[in-house]
Design a protein around this ligand. Structure first.
Ligand SMILES: [Zn+2]
Length: 218
């Protein structure tokens, strides 16, 4: 290969490398844009108080809350409340750190103009806070949702009007998962109890927006 040909081959390789880097950075920025995505949609089918199906058939799960399941008190009221809210369209969906959960559901904060639907359900006592720390890290939003739940509890609205489960002598709360447990809960057996907060009452855990464990139902 003569020097002129070699030089032009190097230039071609350099050009291709730059092109590849550019394409890769465009793909990465598109991907990052998709996380923290905003979209509008219309809700059509309510599945329960925290999940609905949009017009395109996507299931949308409201972030940061858990509404009563079928058969539990206030299931119907929570579903009706969500229905009455999301028929006011259009809805703006904002995702957190993860756009989808492992069931393929869109995880979202659902807004109608400035109204955050997720917080409205908490405000009425028709859902409780339910945080997965990996789903969103916005502490201001955590506090906003928690404040709505505190007001509902103070006013004994919805699920907070129900009698509490029998008291345990103490509870264990996991700060990294925002869950709290009875002392005999099987989930505590394999856990390093050092990472657990003790000495808090049920009310204190609820004030901090820890969610009761679904197994031991503290
Ligand atoms: Zn438990």
């Amino acid at each position: 290969m003569n020097p002129a040909t070699r030089a032009s081959t190097y230039r071609l390789i350099l050009f291709l490398v730059i092109l590849a880097v550019l394409l890769l950075s465009i793909i990465i920025s598109l991907y990052l844009h998709q996380i923290g995505e905003e979209r509008t949609c219309s809700g059509v089918v309510i599945i329960d108080g925290d999940t609905f199906r949009d017009q395109e058939g996507n299931r949308v799960r409201l972030l940061g809350i858990d509404a009563p399941e079928k058969g539990e008190p206030f299931y119907r009221q929570a579903s009706e409340k969500l229905t009455s809210l999301i028929t006011k369209e259009p809805l703006l969906l904002k995702s957190g750190s993860r756009a989808y959960d492992r069931y393929g559901r869109i995880l979202a904060f659902v807004y109608i103009e400035t109204l955050l639907v997720n917080a409205s359900l908490l405000e009425e006592g028709l859902a409780r806070t339910y945080f997965f720390p990996e789903e969103f890290e916005d502490q201001e939003l955590v506090e906003y949702l928690c404040a709505a739940q505190r007001r509902a509890r103070a006013a004994s609205r919805g699920i907070w009007s129900l009698p509490p489960p029998p008291a345990a002598d103490r509870y264990f709360g996991n700060e990294s998962s925002y869950r709290f447990h009875r002392p005999d809960c099987p989930s505590l057996k394999n856990a390093d109890t050092l990472e657990f907060l003790r000495l808090l009452t049920r009310d204190e855990f609820l004030d901090r927006c820890f969610s009761p464990c679904r197994n031991c139902k503290p």
